[in-house]
Design a protein around this ligand. Structure first.
Ligand code: HEM
Length: 179
């Protein structure tokens, strides 16, 4: 009796072989984001590219670009900033679900553009990029500390560090959640 009951249960639990498996992602409308095989980035919704999206005007002259070590120096500093922020217990959860390949590229372009080191910024504007992240001043403070560390490690003089930070400071109104 117990054996035939088990057989009955097993028969009910196993779908007939002819039925295709259920695509639960499709059922629930889960969008599959596929990384571009060439860039390693996941696609974002269409937007208009413009240097104005960088959120600040570039420095004039080449002094700042040189002080930051040109494009190579800026690339190392922005990559280090992303690395520190991803691994910082205060901000790791914020960065976790996002495309760090894209962030490394766009952050580099943004800093390179602002430092007048010969780049265009192709990323999104600061307000729409950060609008759903619910960022607070503590998050910004953590990011700034990590940026200061990345610049210090790269031997960027203190005065030049502060000049870049002054360019970024007004972006708090676009990146942080309004109180
Ligand atoms: C002045 C301050 C900031 C600047 C200049 C900045 C810059 C950027 C840039 C250039 C992007 C990429 C835009 C794109 O993908 O097109 C980005 C994305 C992002 N930022 Fe910021 N950011 C700032 C503040 C912050 C803070 C405080 C946090 C969190 C601690 C943060 C977390 C993120 C995350 C998670 C993304 C990825 C968003 C996504 O993939 O949709 N940002 N940021």
């Amino acid at each position: 009796m117990a054996f035939s009951f088990l057989l009955l249960l097993a028969a009910q639990a196993t779908p007939p072989p002819s039925e295709p498996p259920i695509d639960w992602d499709k059922e629930f409308g889960v969008e599959q984001k596929v990384r571009d095989p060439a860039t390693g980035e996941t696609p974002v919704a269409p937007y208009t590219q413009s240097n104005a999206n960088a959120g600040a005007r570039p420095f004039s002259g080449k002094t700042m670009a040189r002080t930051f070590g040109g494009q190579d120096g800026i690339r190392s500093i922005t990559a280090r900033l992303v690395e520190l922020s991803e691994n910082d217990h205060r901000t790791t959860a914020i960065f976790k679900a996002h495309d760090m390949v894209r962030l490394r590229r766009t952050l580099y372009e943004q800093f390179c553009y602002i430092l007048n080191a010969g780049c265009d910024y192709s990323g999104r504007d600061m307000a729409s990029t950060h609008k759903d992240l619910g960022l607070k001043m503590v998050d910004l403070n953590a990011l700034v500390e990590n940026l200061q560390r990345a610049m210090r490690e790269a031997h960027v003089p203190f005065a030049a560090q502060n000049r870049l930070l002054a360019k970024l400071a007004p972006m708090d109104r676009d990146t942080l959640k309004p109180r």
